[in-house]
Design a protein. Structure first.
Length: 280
């Protein structure tokens, strides 16, 4: 069946989304949502999920990134309905792919292996890459018990051979943060210089239950998207903060030919942040 015939069979809202997605694909743009610390199964998570779906209806997204702590309190897959399938039902019904990393709560059950093996989480392993157009995502396991030797060897090789103009690294734990946990010198020592050397423009994480976008640090913007549903924690902006809020929220990120646009939305659909990252 030809594409025109397929589009004629779609309902009006789905038709609009399909046409917008086709237009974005033709222009080479990639749009995705990023959210973390989601797996509470509460009304706050559902409110964030509803706004994520609303963004997709208006500006179709290519994928969703889950930044870990996908199932509270201990990664038990018995809770998958309340913590994943129900809050994101509309996105899942629209066949939007999800790609997750493991958080510290996720590894409390069988070291997170059931989540790695769960197809809707889109995990090719405990660390893996996802390429979409001009964007490549490098998904890491930043937990203390991770296979750091193997993972760093893989990351070094993968970044080195990547031809993507936009390189984004995703891990659960923050490198720079003005929140409860603060800056992580250990994680910074493991991967920051590697990211700088290979032209990574953005690092996305959770663990901190708030939203924060850093000022560029050695050419990299650090984005905390931990307002996905878990109980919020206070945050006090510092000199490294460009924007910092304790609010239920998620980020919408669009990779275009010359710039990466970051927009953040709260659980009521209000725009709380917007920034443009130029290519390095």
């Amino acid at each position: 069946m030809r594409r025109r015939q397929l589009l004629q069979l779609l309902p009006a809202t789905a038709l609009a989304a399909a046409m917008a997605a086709a237009s974005a694909s033709a222009s080479g743009r990639v749009r995705f949502l990023a959210v973390s610390d989601t797996g509470s199964g509460n009304s706050n998570q559902r409110a964030v999920g509803a706004q994520m779906a609303a963004v997709h209806r208006q500006r179709p997204v290519d994928l969703v990134v889950l930044g870990g702590d996908n199932i509270y309190p201990s990664g038990d897959m018995a809770l998958i309905n309340a913590t994943f399938l129900e809050p994101y039902a509309e996105l899942l019904a629209a066949k939007v792919p999800f790609h997750a990393v493991l958080g510290n709560h996720d590894i409390r059950t069988a070291n997170g292996d059931p989540q790695v093996a769960y197809p809707p989480f889109g995990m090719k392993g405990r660390y893996y890459a996802v390429r979409r157009g001009d964007l490549e995502l490098f998904m890491l396991d930043t937990n203390g018990n991770a296979d750091w030797e193997g993972q760093l060897r893989w990351l070094r090789s993968s970044l080195g051979r990547s031809t993507a103009p936009w390189k984004v690294v995703v891990g659960h734990h923050p490198i720079y943060s003005s929140g409860y946990y603060g800056n992580d010198a250990g994680l910074r020592g493991k991967i920051a210089s590697l990211m700088q050397r290979h032209g990574v423009q953005l690092y996305i994480n959770g663990h901190e239950h708030n939203y924060e976008r850093s000022r560029p640090i050695d050419g990299i913007t650090y984005l905390v998207v931990g307002g996905g549903g878990a109980a919020l924690r206070p945050i006090l902006p510092t000199d490294q903060s460009a924007r910092a809020l304790s609010v239920y929220s998620f980020a919408e990120i669009e990779a275009g030919p010359k710039e990466l646009t970051v927009a953040a939305w709260d659980s009521k659909g209000q725009l709380i942040d917007r920034a443009v990252i130029a290519r390095r």
